[in-house]
Design a protein around this ligand. Structure first.
Ligand code: 4NP
Length: 153
């Protein structure tokens, strides 16, 4: 099964989500991430993301930002969006219902509801906020990984 994590710039949230969920899934899962904008294309994850990941024993330094493409909507089985704007932008790229069904809000897929369905963007934040984002992503990745590995779908 192929999973794609998507945020705006693909340098803060989705690279962390990619790195974290990879540690929670067996090797037959493919995980990648992308952004809805190409501003940071080719760049490593944000330094603060590299650092917070390292603090938790995860190396995401090999990742490079890339924009999401229409091909991704064909090739990936599940596409997880970090916030509502990203979700709307990715849904607008879907060419049919089959593709639309693959796209979800990351935190909703992890079982969150109400006011907690968006992963806030730590781009303009200090390190303590990055730790909060890490914890949000880590918990949600555990929930999603468990769902995906205990269900046949
Ligand atoms: P991300 O964070 O979507 O979690 O990667 C951002 C990265 C870059 C920008 C905004 C958010 N930016 O405006 O360049």
């Amino acid at each position: 099964m192929k999973l794609l994590m998507v945020c705006l710039g693909n340098i803060c949230r989705s690279p962390l989500a990619e790195g974290i969920i990879r540690t929670k899934l067996p090797e037959n899962f493919t995980v990648d991430s992308a952004g809805t904008i190409s501003l940071h294309e080719g760049e490593q994850p944000d330094k603060r993301g590299l650092q917070i990941a390292k603090t938790h024993g995860i190396d995401i330094s090999g990742q490079r930002s890339r924009p999401i493409t229409k091909r991704d909507l064909m090739e990936f089985d599940r596409i997880y969006c970090m916030d509502l704007q990203v979700y709307e932008d990715v849904v607008s790229m879907a060419k049919d219902e089959e593709q639309r069904k693959k796209i979800s809000l990351f935190l909703e897929s992890a079982g969150e509801t109400g006011d907690h369905i968006e992963v806030f963007d730590p781009y303009w934040s200090e390190m303590d906020e990055w730790e909060k984002v890490y914890q949000i992503l880590d918990q949600a990745c555990s929930a999603i990984a468990e769902k995906l590995t205990t269900r046949s779908s």
